[in-house]
Design a protein around this ligand. Sequence first.
Ligand SMILES: CC(C)(COP(=O)(O)OP(=O)(O)OC[C@H]1O[C@@H](n2cnc3c(N)ncnc32)[C@H](O)[C@@H]1OP(=O)(O)O)[C@@H](O)C(=O)NCCC(=O)NCCS
Length: 174
Amino acid sequence: MDVNLSSITLRPFRLTDLDDFMVWASDDQVTHFMRWNTFSSREEALNYIRDVCIPHPWRRSICLDDRSIGFISVKPASGNDYCRAEVGYAIAFKYWGQGIATRALKMALSCVFKDMPYLVRLQALVDIDNKASERVLEKAGFLKEGVLRKYCLLKSGVKDLAIYSFLSTDSILD
Ligand SMILES: CC(C)(COP(=O)(O)OP(=O)(O)OC[C@H]1O[C@@H](n2cnc3c(N)ncnc32)[C@H](O)[C@@H]1OP(=O)(O)O)[C@@H](O)C(=O)NCCC(=O)NCCS
């Protein structure tokens, strides 16, 4: 079933998202390239929504008909690094390849610099084997700055990560 991209919305998480959250957050295909582990218990997931997602400075549920099919987050750094924030996102497996992550990222770009006017730079660190995510960033207008070699431990080992940035003065691609 093709998704009408204009029906994609972003909104804060709610505790009532638990069932929909479990669909994608308990899927190893979705979490493979993520730094967090696959959720296996509803209790653990509920605690995570309550303690991490809801209080997060800018984490949105990517929704279709107001039901959560993924997330996108923009997490500002602290102290002297307050000018930048790190972007992360994921989409439920059954919706991959329909432009939803790109749409959600463009929607986020259109509001985060207003919501957090102190931000000048967004960045994303992507496993170099995660070609779909690199493509999402490129389609939204992020610039690839290089590769951080053997940068961090992901599920498949210590990985090289591509670093992408988008500045508040950059243009969102059509
Ligand atoms: C990465 C992810 C968010 C992409 O979501 P999506 O809604 O499928 O993304 P889009 O449809 O907007 O765009 C995907 C693009 O990647 C391309 N792509 C997919 N797999 C690819 C591959 N193996 N090699 C090259 N390009 C690929 C698609 O063709 C598409 O590009 P196109 O529009 O030019 O054809 C989704 O796969 C996901 O949730 N993955 C798990 C979590 C994750 O990796 N998050 C990012 C961590 S940095």
